[in-house]
Design a protein around this ligand. Structure first.
Ligand code: CAA
Length: 387
């Protein structure tokens, strides 16, 4: 194996999970990843198989049909899946972290019956928070929810919804009173399709093209009161707490992309010869490979630390942001470097390096752009010093 990270510290059940995900990715995702990317195909069949393996409900309690692994298990699984196809990794990561785990944490039993159980067996769920004018500044969202009798009426447009076009339900965030700023934001469970909800155009993205992204246009969408997730006015905190977990998932996806790029770079460098020897023996290339490996391993350690903290019910806001920042920048650095090792072969789609490079970039953007991670970390550090 070309893997450069010791896994001896993982508990046995996570080593088994890792092996299962690695085998699945190798056999079922890697062979089709280039085509999924080129033709922007959502891999429904593979998502169903992943659900059969329990990977669409990684941390969901067994009681609700889930696999009940830890967050560390989620990080291990997402890394392996993203290594095979990072578009599929995006679907798995977002569905798990921002949909089923959110339902597990905040849903009532009745909500779980309708909005969680079927989503452990292959249906995909979405998280609709961002808007065209409110991505980083969540408290500025303008989608409204007005109470009329026993229904909330939703109006507005949500952007960048991962799996929006294929999802069967979404958690949609809207404000009940804009003047209340973040304290007016509330979360609503909406089945898809729903009367009044239409889909914007499918986004034509640089990478993760196997993961469909679109906007939702909401025109008088009626949501029964019983479909409010948590309490009215709690939506901002619900989203933030969930993003603490989602950033671990995205960081794990980034580590998977980076690892895939290192694997291909080492393999290529060991075979390609210049000046009479494999380029892996040229110092310039060897040093580059070492640099790539260091960044991936450091990022993975941060991801695993954040995951373990999460599992120990410690607040991991700072560590999740650190993991996401480090892992996403590692992925961009490493995939850039992999193209350099492959030269011309890195620049064409005959080899996967150019795809990895395109796929890596999203991890610096979604789930909160890097600048936001830095602000989150900065705020916490200053408070930790008592200021
Ligand atoms: N956990 C718990 N509570 C939190 C919290 C956290 N991680 N972060 C903030 N809060 C609480 C604060 O304590 C505060 O509570 P009080 O009302 O009791 O005082 C409240 O929430 C407001 O917090 P802030 O004043 O810090 O809020 P802010 O308006 O300054 O925003 C922010 C903070 C960090 C910039 C936040 O808006 C943010 O994270 N923005 C980025 C959003 C993001 O990541 N979007 C990605 C969307 S998902 C996506 O990409 C789609 C996809 O499919 C992947």
């Amino acid at each position: 194996s070309l893997r450069c990270f010791s896994v001896h510290s993982l508990p046995d059940e996570l080593v088994s999970l890792q092996n299962m995900c690695r085998t699945f990715a190798q056999n079922e995702l890697k062979p089709i990843a280039a085509r999924l990317d080129k033709e922007s195909i959502f891999p429904k069949e593979q998502i169903n198989k992943l659900a059969q393996l329990g990977l669409m409900s990684i941390c969901v309690p067994k009681k609700w049909g889930g696999s009940e692994y830890s967050t560390l298990g989620l990080a291990v699984a997402v890394e392996e899946i993203a290594k095979g196809c990072s578009g599929t990794g995006a679907t798995v990561s977002i569905h798990n972290c921002l949909y089923v785990d959110l339902l597990s944490r905040c849903g009532t039993d009745k909500q779980k019956e309708q909005f969680l159980k079927p989503f452990t067996t292959g249906e995909v769920g979405c998280f609709a928070l961002s808007e065209a004018d409110a991505g980083s500044d969540v408290s500025g969202i303008t989608t409204t929810a007005r109470l009329e009798g026993d229904h909330y009426i939703l109006n507005g447009t949500k952007s960048w919804v991962t799996s929006g076009s294929i999802g069967k339900a979404a958690v949609i965030f809207a404000t009940v009173d804009k003047h209340l700023k973040h304290k007016g934001i509330s979360a609503f469970l909406v089945p898809l399709p729903s009367p009044g909800l239409s889909w914007g155009k499918l986004e034509d993205k640089l990478g993760i093209r196997a993961s469909p992204t679109c906007s939702f246009i909401l025109e008088n969408v009626h949501v029964p009161r019983e479909n409010v997730l948590g309490e009215i006015g709690e939506g901002f905190k619900i989203a933030m707490i969930q993003l603490d977990k989602a950033r671990i998932g995205i960081a794990a996806q980034a580590v998977g992309i980076g690892q895939a790029a290192l694997d291909v770079a080492v393999q290529y460098a060991a075979h390609r010869k210049t000046f009479g020897k494999p380029i892996s023996e040229q110092q310039a290339v060897k040093l580059r490979l070492a640099d790539m490996a260091l960044r991936i391993e450091s990022a993975r350690l941060l991801v695993w630390r954040a995951a373990v903290m999460h599992d120990q019910s410690q607040k991991s806001t700072k560590e999740s942001s650190m993991a996401k920042w480090a892992a996403s920048e590692a992925a961009t650095f490493v995939t850039h470097a992999a193209i350099q090792v492959l030269g011309g072969m890195g620049y064409v789609s005959d080899m996967p390096a150019e795809r990895y490079y395109r796929d890596a970039r999203i991890t610096e953007i979604y789930g909160g752009i890097t600048d936001i991670q830095k602000l989150v970390i900065g705020d916490i550090i200053i408070k930790e010093y008592g200021y």
